[in-house]
Design a binder for this molecule. Structure first.
Ligand code: PLP
Length: 455
């Protein structure tokens, strides 16, 4: 057979026309979202005031294996997809490993990450419903940027509540959002009741993701023609992100490449869930086995040290309860430059798969992650996002294990984004100023003790 190329290209016509809904193949379905007051499973009617109608249908759909990607979304995908799948020949050689390493790079669009894959879908359904606009929150800014691009494409208004410290310290993403026409509001703000309350109690606070969510939800539910959208955690987001895995599998299939190990970083779980989707489908149907590794920061270890329980999705405790691996909704991870991985919980479908022993998880420390990031940048040329570098770190570790054992394993990992907007993190790494506070058992016991009591 021909030598496998550095990049395996897909034709435009090979971009998936359907998303794959992993839940259809799960024997043990993820637990339903639960009403925080009544503790009953959330119905479509309960969710409609907050979320767009078709997205609610997708959230509740655990039976349809495939869901058509509307033409309008397919057309947008064509502008920046298929994303490249790269054989990391240079990395393999540098490591001296017999392992074969592939990565799927999602950072080649202006928003700089995979989040655009779901943002465009969510904006499309909002537009189709005849809404005026959407609200959301953003921490480091990747999601806000992706959503701004998507809303601008469909002519929707977009209000982004950005955690105040990020708003002040990260002007670049903020200005990209404004370039695409979004209103970016530092949170807490005086535009909402909850924001005014928090400002009164804690004047001068830098804000938090939980507070920004509460503000965004308040505005969405109190403004006619608006809904709230979310960039990770929910099952609908995993569904949209399945485009990553479907493309990766289609490319590898061209050369009959079957990965042994698939690795992804895990914040709320959307890129990992999307990357593994078709492979996990095979695994669930008993057609093929894969080792799947979720990589999380040691400072926010939801899978490896969390509890599988119903919890609030947000610190403001306004969103539905979700059964997931969680550190407690009031858990405050230490400042970490992988902003996209600082979430207390994990997607419900991935949580069930982990509980069933179908996924492994490891936690890695920030300094090791930046070492791997810099190594990768020098060898493979791409400057990776700190979040993505969690997967790089573990891919390198796995390849080095193969060097010891002589096994020629095939490793696939998700490279979710570029690091151009994360240079403050790189600067701290270079100056030896990175800290990595790993929560103690007492810290975790404290936040877990506040889990809602659910029968
Ligand atoms: C948001 C983000 C992540 C983590 O989110 P998931 O939902 O777990 O995929 C990872 N990498 C990048 C670059 C991100 O922006």
């Amino acid at each position: 057979m021909d030598k496998i190329p550095y990049k395996i290209y897909l034709r435009e016509s090979e971009i998936p026309s359907k998303w794959y809904n992993l839940r259809a193949d799960m024997k043990n379905k993820p637990a339903p979202l639960m009403h925080p007051g009544t503790h009953q499973a959330m119905t479509k009617e309960d969710l409609m005031p907050v979320f767009c109608e078709e997205l609610v249908d997708q959230e509740l759909n655990v039976t349809d294996r495939f869901i058509d990607i509307p033409t309008e979304i397919q057309n947008f995908y064509k502008m920046y997809r298929p994303s490249p799948i790269v054989r990391a020949y240079c990395l393999e050689e540098k490591l001296g490993t017999p392992a074969k390493i592939y990565y799927k790079f999602e950072g080649n669009n202006t928003s700089g990450s995979h989040k655009l894959n779901s943002a465009i879908a969510q904006a499309y359904y909002a537009k189709k419903q005849g809404l005026k606009g959407v609200t959301t929150e953003t921490g480091a800014g990747q999601w806000g940027t992706a959503l701004s691009m998507a809303c601008s494409y469909f002519g929707l208004d977009c209000k982004v509540y950005m955690v105040k410290v990020s708003y002040e310290q990260k002007p670049f993403r903020r200005e990209v959002m404004k370039t695409y026409g979004s209103t970016v509001i530092p949170s807490p703000s005086n535009t909402t009741n909850i924001g005014r309350k928090i400002l009164e109690e804690f004047p001068g606070t830098g804000g938090s993701l939980g507070c920004a969510i509460s503000e965004a939800v308040e505005v969405a539910t109190s403004t006619p023609g608006y809904r709230y959208v979310l960039g990770s955690v929910l099952n609908q987001v995993l569904l949209h992100q399945s485009v990553i895995g479907l493309e990766a599998k289609a490319a590898l299939d061209k050369y009959n490449i079957v990965p042994d190990t698939i690795i992804g970083c895990a914040g709320g779980g959307s890129n990992l869930g999307g990357l593994i989707a078709p492979f996990m489908g095979q695994k669930l149907r008993g057609e093929q086995d894969y080792k799947i590794i979720a990589v999380e920061p040691a400072s926010c270890p939801s899978f490896t040290r969390g509890k599988y329980a119903y919890d609030f999705c947000d610190t403001g405790m306004v969103c539905p309860l979700c059964k997931m691996y969680t550190l407690g909704s009031n858990f405050m991870p230490s400042p970490n430059h992988a902003g996209g991985l600082r979430y207390h919980g994990m997607n419900p479908a991935l949580s069930q798969l982990y509980a069933d022993g179908l996924i492994d998880a490891v936690a890695v420390e920030q300094t090791d992650v930046f070492k791997a990031a810099e190594y990768f940048a020098r060898v493979e040329g791409i400057l990776p996002a700190p979040e993505s570098s969690h997967a790089i770190k573990v891919a390198i570790d796995e390849a080095l294990k193969c060097k010891e054992t002589g096994e020629e394993k095939t490793i696939l990992f998700g490279l979710t984004g570029t690091g151009y907007f994360d240079l403050v993190g790189y600067e701290k790494f270079h100056n030896g100023q990175l800290e990595d506070y790993i929560p103690t058992d007492e810290d975790l016991a404290k936040s877990l003790s506040k889990l809602p009591k659910v029968e």
